[in-house]
Design a protein. Structure first.
Lengths: 195, 566
């Protein structure tokens, strides 16, 4: 579809929506669970430090997040003799969630692939309640099954924050499953699935 | 003149003779169908309407003039051609070539029975893909004339187009068991289907030969029972759900009980654990033929989002916590109070107006519509009845609040002419969608039926399982990690509010009947003074109330309160 089609200029008549791939990535994000307590609490900090120091991957994650402290500092944090600075707390949180995401990727892929059956997603179209009646389009809620291979690629792209790839995957999903109407679902108000 | 009189006497005698041998209604039907006549044909010959013949054959009315004599004469003639089946049924089950008049065997061969159904015959297809045709003749399966041919050249409906049973009343079929092999000699090479199944009784049903009055009952009419191979149209998804999903529950209970080797406690634990996926499966089953496609993951307005796991969203469900200000446990007195419990309150509350699609925003009272449901921002009118609980629950902060559609409907009802208890609330804005009241009705009916059966059989296992299913279905249908199949916090709130509104209705009923409402708390607790059995039936059914006993609360079972003075 041409770049200047109605559905590409989503806000032109007042429709409100998000790019489908963003909502898709947020949905994958929501599937990741981990330590509930915030890093600012003693409990949350201790749990994060324990998780990050349990494996080599944890130290690598701290490296990537920009935590460059001496071993004694880390030991002092673990022993709760000292507490990290505010900047380091933020980095620890980032390092924890970075590692957590990497560690649950296999599980996410397994859940989404669902023994080869894939997972059915429900797509809610753009919110047109603010659009003048004469400009409104008749777009329905749709649902379609997304196969495991697509999910694998989507999860990988989500992990590496590859927006371009995610966008390509989203276009592929809607072009493959929604028929001629697909362009209306480039921008959506929500995407949901059970996995 | 005397000759005419004699003729009329003769006619009367003839009529009396015929009437004395008048067959009973079932036999009338059998005779007509055995001869292959339609009601219209008989009606035209006799000179009455088609419906009149139908009435005579079903026993609704007895043959009357003007058609009476002609009809009786026809029946007598038919009875000679097609004698009652008792002799035929008692015949030995061997081929009887030539044992029957040609017309009889012709009529019989045109109506094969279900038992003699020829499953081996195959439709012949031409090389161009169309069904082969020939001289029209009665189909070997159903007896209806067809031009299509089977592979061995006999007439046969193409594909699975014939409908066995409807064209072949079993009354006519009964005597024909014996004659089938003789009348269809071409079947001889195909052994299996031709021989009537030996286990099948020769006269499985209908048309008791002599005139028993019960033959007139519709249940005994010779209409054949529907064959299982024919799909039945179902009028309601609820009916279908009940028939097909009811035994899913029984099967799950049986399975877990076997796995736990009879240990009921362990089985109940396992059942509670699997209640969420099971109830979602049940829900899907009940939706199989449903009309509306609902949105399971709509984008939600911010008011329905929980800011964090522990904080609630902004919807006020109007949970009651009412204690009559004039009575107290501490005050001295001996007013007898009974704590009552509404049975399975959340199960009943599944019947409520639920929004089907994504919620849409309306400002002002534009979103208030009997066919829509959702959540509304309102400013309530003050409640001025100290004897009755506030339908909005015990809200302490004043001002506008978000309530669900169930509460709004209650408030609007109470402000209407029938109740006139309060002013209507001011609606500021709404998030609503088109709604239906029957959305979860099929599920509710299945669960209610299972619960009722379990209670009747004293089966606490099934009862506990059903309870876990409906309560967890409601509590996890919002934003819960335990149930990702559906994310409708709006539904959850509306169902909760509906339960509270139902309880308010019970409190009002008690109040109207002269009982004093002492307290109304939680989902299902109603404390009243006075003779409550006059108002509510006692029991564990959905429409009944039971006395609530509690180990911890002081106000439990039957207790006494005093009147607060000053």
């Amino acid at each position: 579809m041409a770049q200047d089609s109605r559905w590409r200029r989503i806000g032109h008549y007042g429709a409100r929506a998000l790019p489908g791939w963003v909502v898709l990535a947020e949905g994958v994000d929501k599937m990741v669970t981990g330590i509930e307590s915030p890093v600012t609490t003693e409990r949350g900090l201790a749990a994060r430090l324990r998780y990050l120091t349990a494996s080599d991957a944890g130290y690598e994650a701290m490296d990537r997040a920009g935590i460059h402290v001496r071993p004694r500092t880390l030991i002092a944090w673990l022993a709760e003799e000292r507490s990290p600075s505010r900047a380091n707390l933020t980095r620890l949180d980032a390092a924890y969630w970075d590692l957590r995401r990497r560690n649950v990727v296999t599980d996410l892929k397994r859940r989404l692939t669902n023994h080869g059956r894939g997972t059915r997603i429900e797509i809610d179209p753009a919110d047109q309640s603010q659009v003048a009646t004469r400009h409104r389009r008749d777009v329905e809620m749709r649902s379609l099954n997304v196969r495991g291979l697509v999910w694998d690629r989507a999860v990988d792209a989500w992990l590496s924050h590859d927006a371009r790839e995610l966008e390509a995957i989203w276009d592929e999903i809607i072009q493959g499953g929604l028929g001629t109407d697909w362009d209306a679902y480039t921008f959506v108000s929500s995407v949901g699935w059970a996995a | 003149m005397s000759g005419d009189q004699l003729d009329s006497v003769e006619a009367l005698l003839e009529e009396a003779r015929l009437a004395a041998r008048m067959p009973d209604p079932a036999e009338r039907l059998r005779l007509r169908e055995a001869a292959g006549l339609s009601r219209a044909q008989v009606a035209a010959a006799v000179g009455v309407g088609r419906q009149t013949i139908a009435n005579w054959e079903s026993g609704v009315t007895d043959p009357q003039r003007p058609g009476r004599v002609k009809y009786l004469r026809l029946l007598e003639g038919l009875a000679q051609i097609h004698p009652a089946p008792e002799e035929a049924a008692s015949l030995p089950r061997e081929p009887q070539p030539g044992g029957r008049s040609p017309s009889a065997s012709a009529a019989a061969s045109s109506v094969p029975t279900a038992a003699s159904w020829d499953f081996t015959a195959q439709t012949a297809w031409r090389s161009d893909g169309l069904a082969a045709q020939g001289e029209p003749g009665p189909c070997v399966r159903c007896g209806v004339v067809t031009p299509f041919r089977s592979t061995d050249g006999r007439p046969l409906h193409a594909g699975a187009m014939c409908r066995p049973g409807t064209a072949a009343p079993l009354a006519a079929a009964a005597p024909q068991h014996a004659t089938t092999p003789a009348t269809t000699p071409a079947n001889a090479p195909a052994p299996a289907p031709v021989v009537p199944a030996p286990t099948r009784p020769p006269s499985p049903s209908p048309a008791p030969p002599s005139g028993e009055r019960q033959a007139q009952a519709p249940s005994a009419s010779p209409t054949p029972a529907p064959l299982p191979s024919r799909p039945q149209r179902r009028a309601q998804s609820a009916a279908r759900a009940q028939s097909e999903t009811g035994d899913l529950i029984a099967r799950a209970v049986h399975e877990e009980l076997q796995r736990a080797e009879g240990d009921a406690d362990a089985a109940l634990q396992a059942l509670v654990k699997r209640a969420i996926p099971d109830v979602m499966r049940l829900f899907e089953e009940t939706r199989a033929t449903a009309r509306y496609q609902y949105t399971a993951y709509p984008s939600l307005p911010d008011i329905l989002h929980k800011p964090s796991k522990r904080e609630p969203d902004q919807i006020w469900e109007a949970r009651p916590n009412f204690h009559h200000p004039h009575y107290s446990l501490k005050a001295p007195g001996d007013i007898r109070v009974t704590a009552l419990d509404a049975n399975a309150a959340y199960l009943s509350a599944l019947k409520c107006w639920l929004p089907i699609g994504k919620l849409e925003h309306h400002s002002g009272s534009d979103g208030v519509d009997p066919k829509r449901s959702g959540v509304h921002l309102i400013t309530p009118a003050p409640w001025t009845h100290p004897h009755l609980p506030d339908p909005l629950g015990d809200r302490e902060e004043p001002g506008a609040l978000w309530i669900t559609d169930a509460t709004l409907r209650l408030l609007l009802r109470l402000s209407g002419p029938k109740y006139g208890l309060t002013d209507p609330p001011t609606v500021h804005e709404s998030w609503t969608s088109g709604a239906t009241e029957n959305f979860l009705d099929a599920l509710r009916k299945v669960l209610a039926a299972a619960r009722e059966t379990a209670l009747a059989q004293d089966d606490s296992l099934t009862e506990g399982y059903v309870k876990a299913m409906y309560s967890k279905f409601i509590s996890t249908m919002g934003e819960s990690v335990h149930n990702r199949e559906i994310q409708r916090p709006d539904w959850m709130h509306i169902i909760h509010s509906q339960a509270y509104a139902n309880l308010w209705g019970k409190a009002y009923k008690a109040h109207q009947a002269g009982l004093e409402v002492i307290a109304m708390m939680g989902t299902d607790e109603l404390h009243v003074s006075g003779d409550w059995r006059r108002v509510f039936p006692e029991g564990r059914g959905l429409a009944q109330m039971k006395i609530k006993y509690s180990d911890t609360a002081k106000a439990s079972g039957e207790y006494t309160v005093g009147k607060v003075t000053g």
